[in-house]
Design a protein. Structure first.
Length: 407
C-alpha cells in the first residue's frame, strides 16, 4: 500500500502591522507605577485616586436600589447617545448656579471626562493639526492628542499658569486648532489660573480664532481662596470653549461618568463620535448619579474638609523630607503638590531607589510636551491619612538621601 505524505503546510503570511500611531504614543507612566507599587506596604503618592473610604457608599447603594425598584427596565435598556435627560438637567442646573448659564441640550454625557477629551479630538483634529498645551500638561491629554496625530506645542507659563502673551504669540505663529488647559488646580502642578489671565485667554481665542478645551475635574475641591469663574463664562469664549467635567473626583471614578459642554455644531460632532465609540454611557449609572445630585454638595463639603487636612499634613512635612534647595507650591485645592528638587537630582532615575523604601511618586518629566524638567515630581495627598502621609514623607526622605541619589 502506497502511503501519500501530506504536503507541507505553507508558512503563514505575516499579519498587517499595527497603526503607526500606536508606535509613537506610549502607555501611562502613572499606570505603570501603580502596577509596580501595588504592594499594600507601599505608601503611594503616585496615583490621582480619590480616597475610597470617603465614597458615599450608603447613598449610592440606596440610589441604585431605588433605580432598580422604580425603573429597572429603563435602567437596563439602551439609552440616547446624548445622555439621560434627568442627569443632564441636573448638571445644567448646577453649572447655571455656578455662573455659567447652561441648558440641558448644551451637554453630552460621556464615559468619564477622558472620553470627552477623546471625542473632542476625534471630532476636531486631523493628523498634522497643531494643539497648544500647558507646560507641563495632563499626561493623558498628551496621549489623546498623540493618538489623533496632532502636533503638540507647549505654551510657556509660570507659577500662576499659562502666559497669555506667549499664548497669543504661539497662536499667531503656529495656527493651532485647539488650546487645551486645566486652569483650576491643574494636573500635575496644582496651580490655578487667575481671573485676569482667564479673561486674557478668552480674548486671545476671540481675536485669533482658536478652540479652547477647558478641563475641570478638580474645581469643586477648593480648600481656601475664592472661586474663579470658568474660562467659558468670559466674553469672547462663549462660542469657542468646550468645558469638560467629571464625577470621578467628587462621587466615584468607578461610575465612569463625565460630561462635555460645547457649542451646538461641535457637540453634535462629538455625539456622532460617541455613537461610533460606545453608543452611550451606561444607563444604570446615569440614573443612579442623577439621584445623588441632591446630596452631592453636602458630600463634597465633607470630602473637602478631609482633603484639606491631608494637604496641610503634606505641606507641613515636605521641608523635613526634601533635600535642601527644593521648592514646592501650596495648592488652594485639588489633589496634587508639585515639587522641584535641586537641579542635580533626576526624579525619574531616583524613583526605583525611592520605591525600595516603600513609597512612590510620579516623576515630572512625562508631563512635558517639550524639554522636560527632570528635577520635578508630583505628589498626590488625598489618598492617605495624615499619619500615613507623615510616614510616607519620612520614607521619601530616606530614599532621596540614599547613595547614588543624584543624576
Amino acid at each position: 500500500m502506497t502511503v501519500i505524505e501530506p504536503a507541507p503546510r505553507p508558512a503563514p503570511a505575516a499579519v498587517p502591522p499595527l497603526a503607526a500611531r500606536t508606535a509613537t504614543v506610549g502607555g501611562s507612566p502613572v499606570r505603570d507605577i501603580l502596577a509596580v507599587t501595588a504592594r499594600p506596604e507601599v505608601i503611594n503618592f503616585a496615583g490621582g485616586l480619590p480616597a475610597p473610604e470617603l465614597f458615599d457608599r450608603e447613598g449610592m447603594a440606596a440610589a441604585f436600589r431605588d433605580v432598580f425598584a422604580e425603573t429597572s427596565a429603563r435602567a437596563l435598556q439602551y439609552s440616547t447617545t446624548e445622555g439621560e435627560p434627568g442627569l443632564r438637567a441636573g448638571l445644567a442646573a448646577r453649572m447655571t448656579e455656578r455662573g455659567l448659564a447652561t441648558d440641558t441640550d448644551d451637554l453630552l454625557v460621556t464615559t468619564g471626562s477622558q472620553q470627552g477629551l477623546s471625542l473632542l479630538a476625534t471630532a476636531l483634529l486631523d493628523p498634522g493639526d497643531t494643539v497648544l498645551v500647558e507646560d507641563p500638561c495632563y499626561l493623558a491629554a498628551l496621549q489623546v492628542f498623540g493618538l489623533a496625530g496632532a502636533r503638540v506645542v507647549a505654551v510657556p507659563g509660570d507659577a500662576d499658569g499659562v502666559d497669555p502673551l506667549a499664548l497669543e504669540e504661539l497662536v499667531a505663529r503656529e495656527r493651532p486648532k485647539l488650546f487645551y488647559t486645566v486652569p483650576t488646580f491643574q494636573n500635575p502642578t496644582g496651580r490655578t489660573l487667575p481671573a485676569d489671565r482667564r479673561a486674557a485667554v478668552a480674548r486671545v481665542a476671540a481675536r485669533r480664532g482658536v478652540w479652547i478645551a477647558e478641563d475641570d475635574p478638580y474645581g469643586e475641591l477648593r480648600y481656601e481662596g475664592e472661586h474663579v469663574p470658568w474660562i467659558a463664562s468670559y466674553p469672547g469664549a462663549e462660542d469657542r470653549t468646550v468645558l469638560l467635567g467629571s464625577f470621578s473626583k467628587v462621587m466615584a471614578p468607578g461610575l465612569r461618568l463625565g460630561w462635555l459642554r460645547a457649542p451646538a455644531d461641535l457637540r453634535r460632532a462629538c455625539a456622532v463620535a460617541k455613537q461610533a465609540a460606545d453608543l452611550h454611557t451606561p444607563t444604570l449609572n446615569q440614573l443612579a448619579a442623577a439621584r445623588c445630585l441632591g446630596t452631592l454638595d453636602a458630600h463634597v463639603a465633607r470630602v473637602r474638609d478631609v482633603y484639606r487636612g491631608r494637604r496641610d499634613a503634606m505641606l507641613a512635612g515636605l521641608a523635613g523630607a526634601l533635600p535642601e534647595g527644593s521648592t514646592w507650591n501650596r495648592p488652594e485645592g485639588g489633589m496634587f503638590v508639585w515639587v522641584r528638587l535641586p537641579e542635580s537630582y533626576d526624579a525619574t532615575a531616583l524613583l526605583p531607589e525611592v520605591v525600595r523604601h516603600d513609597v512612590a511618586y510620579v516623576p515630572g518629566a512625562p508631563f512635558y510636551a517639550g524639554e522636560p524638567d527632570r528635577s520635578t515630581l508630583r505628589l498626590c495627598f488625598v489618598t492617605q491619612t495624615p499619619e500615613e502621609i507623615g510616614e510616607g514623607l519620612r520614607r521619601l526622605g530616606e530614599g532621596l538621601r540614599s547613595p547614588g541619589r543624584r543624576a
